[in-house]
Design a protein around this ligand. Structure first.
Ligand code: IMP
Ligand code: MG
Length: 187
């Protein structure tokens, strides 16, 4: 049986498609090209560190377009809103398996919201004798920034709405939608 390539329809929770799959694919191409160019002279593999779970689809698409040598690792963090953590507090739940020292590190994240997660990760990784720490972030919600974070590879700016798809969830649902959809605000 041929796998179906049809686009899953919007369910009742989803208001509209904000970024369609073709637009996503073209943008990931552009980001990968830029990364390939910027790291063309590195002498050891670029260390991609995906932030679980939201980055897994973006990371999978991005790394398969890289021509520079690279390895893939993951971390898991807990941030506000999860199990009663304080707002702004970020904790490492699972660290990388690889030692990051003496490597160029590229953190791959789904979305820049308050900036707390990324500012914590950049600071933590820079303290580990890394050669460099950069970030590739699929989405940015500028209206919600609380701490300044510099992003080298940014996918799309979006308004202050809850979005799902392409790795991002609402209560663990919708991560595998091939597009970014805006949810209806919860009452
Ligand atoms: P931060 O506030 O920048 O630390 O981001 C915290 C995390 O909240 C992100 O890594 C996402 O996992 C999650 N998040 C923020 N906005 C959205 C959204 O619109 N949809 C799904 N997840 C989101
Ligand atoms: Mg995340």
């Amino acid at each position: 049986m041929t796998p179906s390539l049809s686009i899953p329809p919007l369910t009742k929770d989803l208001a509209r498609v904000l970024i369609d799959a073709d637009t996503i694919s073209r943008r990931v191409d552009e980001l990968a090209q830029k990364i390939n160019h910027d790291y063309k002279d590195i002498t050891e593999p670029l260390m991609l560190v995906g932030v679980l779970k939201g980055s897994f689809i973006f990371l999978a698409d991005l790394c398969r377009r890289l021509t520079v040598p690279h390895v893939v690792d993951f971390i898991a963090i807990s941030s506000y809103g999860q199990k009663g953590d304080k707002r702004g507090e970020v904790r490492m739940l699972m660290d990388t398996r690889e030692n990051l020292s003496d490597h160029h590190v590229l953190i791959v994240e789904d979305i820049l919201d308050s900036g707390n997660t990324l500012s914590y990760l950049i600071k933590t990784f820079k303290a580990r004798n890394t050669k460099s720490v950069s970030t590739a972030v699929f989405l940015d919600k500028p209206a919600r920034h609380e701490v300044p974070v510099e992003i080298e590879y940014m996918g799309f700016e979006i308004p202050d709405v809850w979005v799902v798809g392409y790795g991002l969830d609402y209560k663990e649902q919708y991560r595998t939608l091939p597009y970014i959809a805006e949810m209806y605000p919860k009452k």
